[in-house]
Structures are given as structure tokens and as C-alpha cells.
Design a protein around this ligand. Structure first.
Ligand SMILES: Cc1cc2nc3c(=O)[nH]c(=O)nc-3n(C[C@H](O)[C@H](O)[C@H](O)COP(=O)(O)OP(=O)(O)OC[C@H]3O[C@@H](n4cnc5c(N)ncnc54)[C@H](O)[C@@H]3O)c2cc1C
Length: 353
């Protein structure tokens, strides 16, 4: 019999399994998908925190301060731990002056964690909680369940673009609630990106390069003529607004003088050209460019409530996107929260035996 069962071989689950294995435990990781890595493998691999805790609190004001403090204070040491497992650092900065952190190569991150995680059973989802073994739920949220997204987030759920794996359908949330856990606030919130609207074709490898990240320099209009002014640097507010418009669609109108502007590592013109090349119905006129977008959902932000030991219910711990209450009201790094709470969950679950 294992000492610990982990549901999910993504960021949080693999971290928990590697931590438990390092503590000498026998771990079995159940993975629903056909490969390890979950959405982590598709990610940009930037594991980050706000430079100042006050900024984290201000931007994610509805989150639980004690959990946020844990992520903020432990992240730097936990980044060193990840590196010690062999995860390859692609860049020792986030490229964003508001934040600090590290960009890992997502494949190397997945492979190095998987090497240290004990037994991983691919294609074997956890469907029931074990009766005599502690469990860490790390199934990656519920963004891939259209029904759950419709219930909690938007009536336009069926029009949303899923910018994540298709396996995270809320299994951890359901198991945690059945065990007596409860949900956090912010169940209607998600982290996402506006993406080129159909007929654009978007493959997994395009999730990062096709994100349209210039709402603050565009006029954003829905099909009913509603206009949204984005307020956040991360532009997750505009994705959440678009998700609630008819067909989860909007149009970005970019004035000619903004097209050459740089946003992050690319110009707006380059992002538009990528959308056009993917087949989006981009319209160019003398005054500027119109780009049709659809809201893409990457991770849900509400989830199971946990205490500072990452416990959600008797015998049940949780980490990663299955846990809510960290980014509530704004956005913070999902990989960072998965890393810090994944380690805490494993340590607490083993201590409970
Ligand atoms: C395109 C993209 C870019 C991103 N960029 C960044 C970034 O740069 N920085 C950042 O911080 N975050 C980023 N993210 C978000 C980040 O990937 C997630 O926050 C992180 O992966 C969450 O970790 P997790 O373990 O909760 O979920 P995941 O890594 O998705 O792992 C969940 C795993 O659980 C499995 N699972 C589901 N149900 C079951 C079940 N019943 N039993 C067993 N297994 C199950 C899934 O198949 C999956 O493998 C990005 C995401 C995407 C898609």
C-alpha cells in the first residue's frame, strides 16, 4: 500500500509526489491523461511572484492573505529546490518589472519532476478517494468541463476556447467536496487570454504565440456594441469580460499609430500577423486594424478552500488549480502556487499518518 496517493501529474501533483518521495514515502500518482505534465507542459514556464507582497494583496484583494503570504515567502527557496531536481532555467527573470521569478523550459520542468515523482500511472484517473491513505488532489481545475464553466462562470461556456488540456474537468473539486470540503470565493473567475476567433485554427503549440495581448492599446467592442476598457497589466479582466459577451467574442480595433508598438517581446503588428496567419478574419483599413477575438480559458481561479497545511477535508489535501483563494480578484502565477502548496500538501499529508 502506498504512503501517499496523488491525483494529477501536472505541476502541483508532480511537485507533491517529488517532495513525498524525497521524504522516503512510497507514492502512487494517478494521471488521467496520456502523458505527464498537464497544462504545465503547455505553459510558458514562468514561475513568478509580485515583487512586493502589498502589490499581490492589492491586485488579488479577495484572496486569502495567509495562503498568499505562504506563496510569496516560500517561492524563492522553492525555485532553488526545482532547479536542484534538474529543471532547466531558460531565463532568470520574468521580463516584467513588477514581478520576480524564473522562466523554466516547460519540457525540462515536466521531465525532471516526473523523474523524482515515484510511480506515475498514466491513463488511470483517480475516481474515488482511497479509504486508508492520505491523498493530494491536483487535477488542475475545472476549465475543461463546459457544464461546470456554464454553472460557475458564463452562459457562453460552449463558445469559449479551451486554452489548456482537455483533462481538467473538475474531478479534484468534486472529490474534495464529497469528502466534506468547501468552495472558495471567486468561483466565477478564471485566468485566460483573448485568442484569434474562428475560423482561426489554434493548436496546443499556438496557445502562447497566438495570445492577443494588447487590449489596453485597442478599443475592445462586443457584437452588441458594448465597449470594455481593460484595467489590468495582465489583461485577464478583458478575457473575463469577453467570456460574458455573446458568443464569448469581441473585436480589438487598433489605431494605425499603435500597430508598431512593442508589448512584451513582440509588437502588436506581429501578434496581429500571427492571428491572420492562423486564419482569423483580420480587417485592415486606412485608420487601423480590426481583430476578432474569442475568450480563451486557461485555468479556473476558484476551487477548494484549504488551510495553511493545504488540507481541504479529513484525509484530503489539495494543491494547484484545484485550490482557490490565492489569485481571487486578480491574477498571480498558477505555477508558483502549485509549487509552494504542492510541497506543503505532501509534507502535511505524510505527517498526518
Ligand atoms: C498556454 C499556457 C501558458 C501558461 N503560462 C503560465 C506561466 O507562464 N506561468 C504560470 O504561472 N502559469 C502559466 N500557466 C498556467 C499553469 O500551467 C497552471 O497554473 C499550472 O499548470 C497548474 O498546475 P496544476 O497541477 O494545478 O494543473 P496541471 O499542470 O494542468 O495538472 C493537472 C493534471 O491533473 C490531471 N487530471 C485531471 N483529472 C484527473 C483525475 N481525476 N485523476 C488524475 N489526474 C487527473 C490532468 O490530466 C493534468 O495532467 C499557463 C497555462 C497554459 C495552458
Amino acid at each position: 500500500m502506498p504512503d501517499l496517493v496523488v491525483a494529477g501529474a501536472g505541476m502541483a501533483g508532480l511537485v507533491a509526489a517529488a517532495e513525498a518521495t524525497a521524504r522516503g514515502a512510497r507514492v502512487v500518482v494517478h494521471e488521467k491523461g496520456s502523458r505527464p505534465g498537464g497544462s504545465m507542459l503547455l505553459s510558458s514556464g514562468v514561475v513568478w511572484r509580485h515583487r512586493r507582497f502589498e502589490d499581490f494583496r492589492r491586485e488579488c484583494a479577495m484572496g486569502v492573505p495567509k495562503l498568499q503570504r505562504l506563496v510569496h515567502e516560500r517561492l524563492d527557496a522553492d525555485l532553488g529546490w526545482l532547479e536542484s531536481l534538474g529543471a532547466r532555467v531558460a531565463q532568470r527573470s520574468t521580463g516584467n518589472p513588477r514581478t520576480s521569478g524564473v522562466r523554466f523550459d516547460a519540457r525540462s520542468l515536466t521531465e525532471s519532476l516526473a523523474r523524482h515523482a515515484g510511480e506515475i500511472r498514466l491513463g488511470e484517473p483517480l475516481r474515488e478517494l482511497p479509504t486508508a491513505t492520505p491523498v493530494v488532489l491536483a487535477t488542475g481545475g475545472f476549465q475543461a468541463s463546459r457544464d461546470a464553466v456554464e454553472t460557475w462562470i458564463t452562459p457562453e461556456a460552449r463558445s469559449l476556447f479551451l486554452r489548456a488540456t482537455s483533462w481538467s474537468t473538475g474531478d479534484g473539486l468534486a472529490l474534495g467536496l464529497a469528502a466534506g470540503g468547501r468552495t472558495t470565493g471567486g468561483m466565477g473567475e478564471f485566468y485566460g487570454r483573448n485568442m484569434p476567433a474562428p475560423p482561426a485554427r489554434i493548436r496546443e503549440a499556438d496557445f502562447v504565440p497566438l495570445a492577443q495581448l494588447y487590449a489596453r492599446l485597442a478599443t475592445v467592442e462586443s457584437t452588441t456594441g458594448a465597449v470594455f476598457e481593460t484595467r489590468t497589466w495582465s489583461e485577464i479582466d478583458v478575457a473575463q469580460w469577453t467570456a460574458r459577451q455573446p458568443g464569448a467574442r469581441a473585436t480589438y480595433r487598433v489605431a494605425r499609430e499603435h500597430v508598431a508598438e512593442q508589448v512584451g517581446t513582440r509588437t502588436i503588428g506581429e501578434m496581429i500577423a500571427a492571428a491572420e496567419a492562423a486564419g482569423a478574419d483580420v480587417r485592415r483599413g486606412p485608420d487601423g486594424v480590426d481583430v476578432p477575438v474569442v475568450a480563451g480559458i486557461t485555468t479556473t481561479l476558484g476551487g477548494l478552500a484549504v488551510d495553511e497545511t493545504a488540507q481541504a477535508a479529513a484525509g484530503v489535501w489539495a494543491a494547484g488549480t484545484d485550490v482557490g483563494g490565492i489569485s481571487t480578484g486578480g491574477y498571480s502565477s498558477g505555477l508558483a502556487a502549485a509549487l509552494v502548496l504542492g510541497r506543503i500538501a505532501a509534507a502535511s499529508a505524510l505527517e498526518s499518518r
